[in-house]
Design a protein around this ligand. Structure first.
Ligand SMILES: C[S@@+](CC[C@H](N)C(=O)[O-])C[C@H]1O[C@@H](n2cnc3c(N)ncnc32)[C@H](O)[C@@H]1O
Length: 281
């Protein structure tokens, strides 16, 4: 086994040294994959010209840039992220947009200006807080009383075949996840009751969750899907811990599994996420 930083043990190192560089190298593919999610989120959040928006876990800046267009030069978009490589990519893309400010910081504890923001938005960036209760309280404090929260978070992994299917090729990895339910990770906000409890406790009102289910096109061929899975998501996290020979053997097994199941056509998987909306007061 190799010693890659893990999300559970050292999230800052994980997002800076492990996942961040991968997200940067796949930025265009990931943005293409997740554009429909961004557009759905923006339609629900309806950012207006002149508004002040916080983009939590803004990553390489896809939603930050779209928000900047929506609020215009008279508005403000503050992107906050733990990952310096991802923020560097966001900064390159936002060059010349004076309404964008980016901070390398933990959004759970960042000192936002209190009561100043109109909107806190996040595309899959709020599921990684070690203490989500205090993190959501911190985000609510940043909002003015008329402000709103709008984010997306994955539903249970069983409803997200993109996360589970490649692992089925390696059944020995399908041992029960030792992390306690709700531990930081992509599926930590899968339980709608938990989302409501956390947001209610943080002082949000009118909490609404909308289920968005569909199909996610992961690759034009099984080979492209395999390359993607080896870099991003649960399979990549598992194989990253293996020595090279074991890793190659595992990838080969997933390759055979994907090709057997899908022939040579484009590969899409079921996906499901929550679109969550709440008011600050
Ligand atoms: C799944 S990625 C999503 C990135 C981006 N929102 C997008 O949709 O492309 C999760 C992002 O959240 C960031 N993140 C994780 N925990 C964070 C925290 N406590 N504070 C700020 N950012 C965090 C990661 O660095 C990463 O950029």
């Amino acid at each position: 086994m190799t010693q890659e930083p893990t999300l559970a043990e050292d999230p800052e190192a994980y997002w800076n040294e492990q996942a961040g560089p991968i997200w940067v190298s796949h930025q265009e593919d990931l943005d293409r994959l997740l554009t429909p999610v961004a557009e759905r989120l923006l339609a629900a959040a309806a950012p207006q010209a002149g508004e002040h928006v916080i983009d939590v876990g803004c990553g390489c800046g896809a939603t930050t840039l779209r928000l900047a267009e929506c609020v215009g030069a008279g508005g403000r978009v503050v992107g906050v992220d733990l990952s310096r490589p991802m923020l560097a990519r966001a900064a390159e893309r936002a060059a010349g947009m004076s309404q964008v400010a980016l901070h390398a910081s933990d959004a759970a504890t960042h000192s936002f200006e209190a009561g100043d923001a109109d909107l806190v938005l996040s595309r899959f960036g709020v599921m990684f807080f070690a203490d989500p209760s205090s993190a959501f309280s911190n985000l609510r404090r940043a909002l003015r009383s008329t402000g709103r929260l709008c984010f997306v978070a994955w539903q249970a992994s069983e409803k997200n075949a993109w996360a589970t299917t490649p692992l089925r090729a390696l059944p020995e990895l399908l041992v029960p996840d030792p992390a306690p339910e709700g531990a930081p990770g992509p599926f930590s906000l899968a339980d709608p009751a938990r989302v409501r409890t956390l947001l209610d406790a943080a002082g949000f009102t009118q909490v609404r969750l909308e289920s968005i289910e569909g199909s996610m096109p992961v690759g034009d061929t099984p080979e492209a899907a395999l390359r993607f899975f080896c870099q991003v998501g649960p399979l990549s996290r598992h194989i990253a811990t293996l020595e090279e020979a074991d890793r190659n053997a595992s990838v080969e097994r997933v390759r055979r599994y994907l090709s057997d199941g899908w022939g040579t056509d484009a590969v899409s998987f079921d996906s499901a996420y929550w679109l969550v909306r709440a008011s600050a007061a």
